[in-house]
Design a protein around this ligand. Structure first.
Ligand code: M6R
Length: 608
């Protein structure tokens, strides 16, 4: 999704802005641009494509300035093109970058067209520049113009703007789209993603909805929703600069897959003790709250929802609680069943996914017992708005395909399962067993990572196919879904997942020699039934790739069998995720796709 970086400094700003854009590349984008004050004028450069093209343009045009704004765009309104790239400008005076979506843009565009403004792009963002220009006719500063503008805009926005007639200041606005201010020495910054400022500062102010701010190299002023000068708490955030390097790995995704043992240790750190989960790990008073929960509602998107689907099995089996799950994008529109004993859980690595946030905000208005967030981004809207919170502490995830954030979400959800069971006095011995298994999980994950060379062996067989099926039963069905999602998003192979028992109700018609079938087959109560389902595939010539730990129970004269490390059954969904991630990665590598930034996708989906 789009990324904003802005800076008012005492030094040359161009390189700093470009560096910030590189750091936000992981979010996914199609074009980039910069506007900066240069000796009474504004340099305005935009390119379709990657940031390195913008950097080349900067090198050839050599603009010199100290105050500027920059942007990476992920197309929503209007195709990816230079003309649609940000910054947009009005009358060569006002330049803006914008994240989010302006919902009333057609009405505003019509008004502005009647007033004589010409629109060059197909974006909803350009009108922001024209409206600011319009308000500057009756206001003496860009700050005041921005305050007037916010009363006209409906929708989500993070905006950074500059006025050619005011070379020292930048003006910012935020509503439902993240924007932070970074504080430096004789320089101040703003960004939609703190990672963009990783090497510049550790001191941040988080803007709130309705805030408008003015920053220069030596001053920051923030005005609240009522336009009153206000203070926002200064936070110290150590945005790990290492996260922005791939180390010896070829892609961030590969690095993040191999970081999982450490990431899981971090999720567990300080949350378990003796034979149980510690009290109040979801925030003060959370243990008392959890004792009152009678049912659970989960909202999330994509991979995060798959984590929720696994957890629903745990909540039922270990905590004795029924769970309702919904795509966050659907939940609000289905008249959800709500009662005062229900805990609403929102899961999101970024904490900025627009649909998940909208679901959380909807839920907060309703009669739920409380809302609880599982999130990896401490500064995110979700982390700040949920009543209770568990941070997964996986470290920044850069690859668009979620890996370590998924497995740490599962660990966090297992901690929640145990906390719910503990709060109602259920299953003390089982809790002790799971705690023990969680302690050894990082080692088991390291063992599973060693399967890489086996997977590399057969990845070419899948890489030259157009389709793939993933099968799992019970608690492994969501893992099959996650495996299929991973494969399709980074290799562009069409992949679907089914509970294996469903095969004969339709999908079996698809099976022939061209259809690789990946099955998750650990030793458990459904293993024999799954074995029969795999026979149905074999009989029709489908190529089987089976991950399991009971080969003797399968008649696998054809196909591949990958022997998985042993692990407590209740944690096997976490373990079995690992080879599926490696498989997608290796297949995508062979197909030569853009693994960290797959086409059309974004890391943080901040539009509904
Ligand atoms: O930031 P979130 O966890 O809320 O993101 C949700 C989905 O957009 C995300 O999991 C997406 O499905 C990933 N690309 C999957 O790898």
């Amino acid at each position: 999704m789009c990324g904003i970086i802005a800076a008012a400094t005492d030094r040359s700003v161009g390189k700093l802005l470009i560096k910030g854009l590189y750091k936000m590349e992981y979010r996914g984008y199609d074009s980039a641009g910069i506007a900066m004050h240069v000796e009474g004028d504004v340099a305005h450069l935009r390119t379709l494509g990657k940031v390195n093209l913008l950097e080349d343009k900067m090198k050839s045009e050599k603009p010199k300035g100290k105050v500027g704004i920059a942007h990476t765009r992920w197309a929503t309104h209007g195709e990816p093109s230079e003309i649609n790239a940000h910054p947009h400008q009005s009358n060569d005076r006002v330049f803006i970058v914008h994240n989010g979506i302006i919902e009333n843009y057609l009405d505003l565009k019509n008004e502005l067209t009647t007033q004589g403004y010409t629109f060059y792009s197909k974006t909803d963002s350009e009108l922001i520049a024209h409206l600011l220009d319009h308000f500057l006719k009756t206001n003496d500063s860009l700050l005041k113009a921005m305050q007037s503008l916010k009363n006209k805009l409906e929708g989500a926005y993070a905006i950074a703007a500059l006025d050619q007639k005011d070379p020292d200041n930048l003006v910012l606005a935020r509503n439902r789209s993240p924007l932070v201010i970074g504080l430096g020495k004789k320089e101040n910054f703003a960004a939609s993603d703190p990672l963009a400022l990783a090497e510049l500062t550790k001191k941040f102010l988080i803007m709130e909805d309705g805030d408008v701010a003015r920053i220069s190299s030596n001053q920051v002023e923030i005005y609240d929703e009522q336009d009153k000068l206000t203070n926002r708490e200064e936070l110290s955030i150590d945005v790990n600069a290492e996260a922005s390097s791939k180390g010896n790995f070829r892609h961030y995704m590969e690095k993040e897959i191999f970081e999982q043992p450490g990431a899981i240790l971090n999720t567990l750190d300080g949350r378990i003790g003796g034979e149980d989960v510690l009290d109040n790990i979801f925030g003060e008073g959370s243990s008392d709250l959890l004792a009152k929960v009678k049912r659970v509602q989960i909202v999330a998107c994509g991979t995060a929802l798959h984590a929720g689907r696994v957890a629903a099995n745990w909540f039922s089996a270990i905590s004795g609680l029924p769970t309702q799950m919904d795509y966050a994008s659907e939940y609000r529109y289905k008249n959800p069943y709500i009662d005062e004993d229900t805990l609403l859980i929102a899961i999101s690595q970024s904490g900025e996914t627009a649909d998940t946030l909208a679901a959380l905000r909807y839920a907060k208005e309703k009669d739920y017992l409380a809302t609880l967030g599982i999130c990896n981004t401490p500064t995110s809207s979700l982390a700040r708005e949920a009543d209770y919170l568990l941070l997964t502490n996986a470290g920044q995830e850069i690859g668009v395909a979620s890996t370590k954030c998924f497995t740490t979400q599962l660990v966090a959800l297992m901690l929640l399962t145990l906390a719910l069971a503990k709060a109602s006095g259920k299953n003390p011995r089982l809790r002790g067993r799971i705690i023990e298994a969680l302690r050894t999980l990082p080692e088991k994950i390291s063992d599973a990572l060693k399967l890489k060379s086996d997977i590399v062996d057969f990845a070419p067989e899948i890489a030259n196919k157009d389709n793939a099926l993933f099968l799992g039963r019970g608690i492994f069905y969501p893992i099959a879904k996650e495996g299929a999602l991973k494969l399709k998003e980074i290799s562009y192979i069409h992949a679907e997942a089914y509970p294996a028992g469903e095969l004969k109700h339709g999908p079996l018609a698809l099976i022939d020699e061209e259809m690789p079938v990946v099955a998750i087959a650990p030793e458990y109560e459904l293993a024999e039934k799954l074995a029969s389902n795999l026979e149905e595939v074999k009989a029709r010539g489908g190529a089987l790739y089976v991950f399991g730990n009971a080969k003797e129970k399968l008649d696998l004269s054809t196909g591949r069998y990958i022997s998985m490390p042993e692990c407590d059954f209740l944690l096997t969904p976490i373990l079995y995720s690992i080879p599926l991630q490696i498989l997608s990665y290796e297949v995508a590598l062979l197909r030569g796709t853009d693994i960290d930034q797959p086409r059309n996708l974004a890391k943080s989906v901040t539009v509904e």
